[in-house]
Write a protein that binds this ligand. Structure first.
Ligand code: G6P
Length: 612
């Protein structure tokens, strides 16, 4: 899940490349590097650690090349070090390459190339690529315009695994070649300049017009042109797509961190995601969908498949789909689902939730469901992302770019969109009108209630000061609140490095209560009316054993019982997770700040996980 950037035009490439990398750092930050074509050939500057280290490299300011490639790394093969940093060159220093993905057969290719006399200087899988390109380039006796492209194509035919590759060559100083398979890459079209990036936000300040490359396609970029070729090297045409996000939405905008900004953007993200879906008629419509009563009635189940926080949105979705639409619903993490030989057929609707639309396991699970004959629906935040191009149907959250590694506004937008999807299904199925109308009304009121919740939740700052040095925190909930407990616990782990566990409160007595001792913090969520008493009993059990308690609730509870209570606005229990998660997002944020950690870029994590 590394990040790659490329530039070709009339400006000095290096500052543009470094600027792009800084914006892509959330994809990995183990090392960074750039390669440009200078008057005397290819130059490479790279080092381990953060992108900003590049500014300290000797000679970086002297680069004048107007074409270059760049990389920020999340280490897979080979530890973070200078020699394992990208870009990598071939032995003759003719080709320079950056790569995001994993070359699964690199051992085999390394042996092949070693036998041909090539030497390897890093432990990476990537280093086989420039050498393989060099091998095919030298073998090719034709000296026409497409010689470089043929060499790249032949090398890629030998690669197994996933890749988004940028490659430049000192013999062809006026062009850059890019290609991809199962790893993201977008091409930004400018005026007399063109850009490459793993994600749109990194180059949003330069252009809003993008080309999307499909698997096994190639593009040759020059200052004034982008030419596309399919896997047989036949010339193909592509149209640009425009993106509505503005450049400011990818900036911190006065906030200390992206995460805090994104938490506070939730009223807008939810408002935008609801959009015009309930505006005019009494029926809620999705232009992109055409489900019929016959099809929905024939379903044996709905599957939500996703990873990380997106999977937690699926857990909330299950509650809504089963209770509102009466369709049996399962939720699975993509990396398990795909190896489970899942029971999926043409009577299963598989819904894939992915903020980025690029998560490798989620994409693989989607392909599997298609093979098994199921209809597939993507819920994503990124128009044109891989998952939306693979799925039969796609619907979009409108959360805007989410930069912080820990997901906040994307999660709540996913939950609201799935709730709206459930309303759409329930209407087609002609189910309980009152339940549908009540939920609709509560969804419309959500943005205001999120604003209120944000104000109230500021109070967790004080509690964070009391617990930031703790080693373990427990999160409890029942029903839909258990899904929120899971998400709250994940947020805390991700950005504060405090060990946390989430448990269905009723399961406590079957094991975890053994870990509760004096001073341990237990966070509980109570939004389901019929479960209040049961929750209170479970919390009482931990208080008896000396636990410090924080309770997030919209119910009438005796606040004197707990160390702290955050009283959030009441809403429909289908969508209460959108409100109850907010104090937990802020709690994790403040604990992380109290510990002096990098909130936006937690260690070992990356935002977009494009490896399996
Ligand atoms: C990573 C991110 C999480 C995210 C998950 C799934 O682990 O750190 O924030 O929830 O990937 O990402 P997706 O883009 O598929 O929603």
């Amino acid at each position: 899940m590394c990040g790659i950037v490329g530039y070709i035009g009339n400006q000095k490439a290096s500052p543009i490349l470094i600027n792009g990398l800084l914006r892509l750092e959330y994809r990995g930050y183990d090392s960074a590097g750039i390669s440009t074509i200078e008057k005397n050939g290819l130059s490479i500057m790279k080092d381990k650690g953060r992108v900003k280290n590049l500014y300290n490299l000797e000679g970086i300011d002297n680069l004048t090349g107007t074409i270059g490639i760049a990389h920020t790394r999340w280490a897979t093969h080979g530890k973070p070090s200078q020699e394992n940093s990208h870009p990598h060159m071939d032995n003759s220093k003719t080709f320079s390459v950056v790569h995001n993905g994993i070359i699964e057969n690199y051992h085999e290719l390394r042996n092949f190339l070693t036998e041909k006399g090539y030497t390897f200087y890093s432990q990476t899988d990537t280093e086989v690529i420039p050498n393989l390109v060099h091998y095919y380039y030298n073998k090719d006796e034709k000296n026409d315009d497409l010689k470089f492209l043929r060499a790249v194509k032949n090398a890629c035919s030998d690669l197994k695994g996933s890749y988004a590759i940028e490659i430049i060559c000192k013999n062809h100083p006026n062009c850059m070649i890019v290609t991809r398979k199962d790893s993201p890459l977008v091409i930004g079209k400018g005026e007399n300049e063109n850009y490459i990036s793993s994600d749109i936000p990194a180059i949003l300040s330069f252009t809003k017009n993008f080309y999307l490359l499909d698997d096994f396609e190639f593009a040759i970029l020059t200052t004034n042109s982008v030419d596309f070729y399919n896997k047989n090297l036949e010339h193909i045409q592509k149209e640009t797509k425009s993106i509505e996000w503005n450049a400011a939405s990818a900036e911190k905008d006065g906030y200390e961190d992206f995460m805090l900004k994104e938490i506070y953007e939730q009223p807008t993200a939810i408002r935008e995601t609801i959009g015009a879906k309930f505006n005019d008629s009494s029926k809620c419509e999705f232009d992109e969908l055409n489900f019929t009563k016959e099809y929905l009635s024939s379903l044996n189940k709905i599957y939500f498949i996703a990873c990380g926080t997106a999977m937690h949105a699926g857990l909330v979705g299950k509650n809504i789909m089963e209770k509102l639409c009466k369709i049996p619903t399962e939720v699975d993490v993509a990396s398990e689902f795909r190896y489970r030989d899942p029971l999926v057929d043409n009577k299963t609707l598989c819904i894939f939730i992915s903020q980025s639309g690029e998560t490798a396991d989620t994409i693989a699970a989607l392909k599997l469901c298609k093979e098994k004959g199921a209809k597939t629906l993507a819920v994503s935040n990124v128009i044109g992302s891989s998952i939306t191009r693979e799925a039969d149907y796609s619907i979009y959250t409108h959360a805007g770019p989410e930069i912080a590694v820990a997901s906040t506004k994307a999660y709540t937008s996913q939950v609201v969109l799935v709730a709206i999807l459930a309303i759409y299904f329930a209407q087609i199925l002609e189910l309980d009108n009152k339940q549908i109308n009540d939920l609709k009304k509560d969804i419309i009121e959500l943005p205001k209630k999120i604003e209120e919740t944000l104000k109230i939740s500021e109070n967790v700052k004080g509690f964070s000061k009391k617990i930031y040095q703790e080693k373990d925190v427990f999160f409890l909930g029942r029903g839909v609140d258990e899904a929120v407990a899971k998400e709250g616990s994940l947020k805390l782990k991700e950005i504060s490095y405090i060990h946390s566990e989430s448990y269905p409160a009723g399961e406590l007595k079957h094991g975890p209560i053994a870990l509760i001792e004096n001073g341990i913090t237990v966070v509980s969520i109570i939004t389901e009316k019929h479960l209040v008493e049961k929750m209170i009993s479970n919390i009482q059990e931990v208080i008896t054993r000396g636990a410090k308690t924080l309770v997030i609730t919209n119910q009438n509870v005796d606040e004197n019982m707990f160390d702290m209570t955050i009283k959030i606005p009441e809403t429909n229990s289908f969508i209460s997770p959108i409100l109850s998660i907010i104090p937990l997002q802020l709690l994790s944020y403040y604990i992380s700040k109290e510990k002096g950690l990098d909130v936006d870029k937690p260690r070992n994590l990356a935002k977009s996980v494009t490896v399996e």
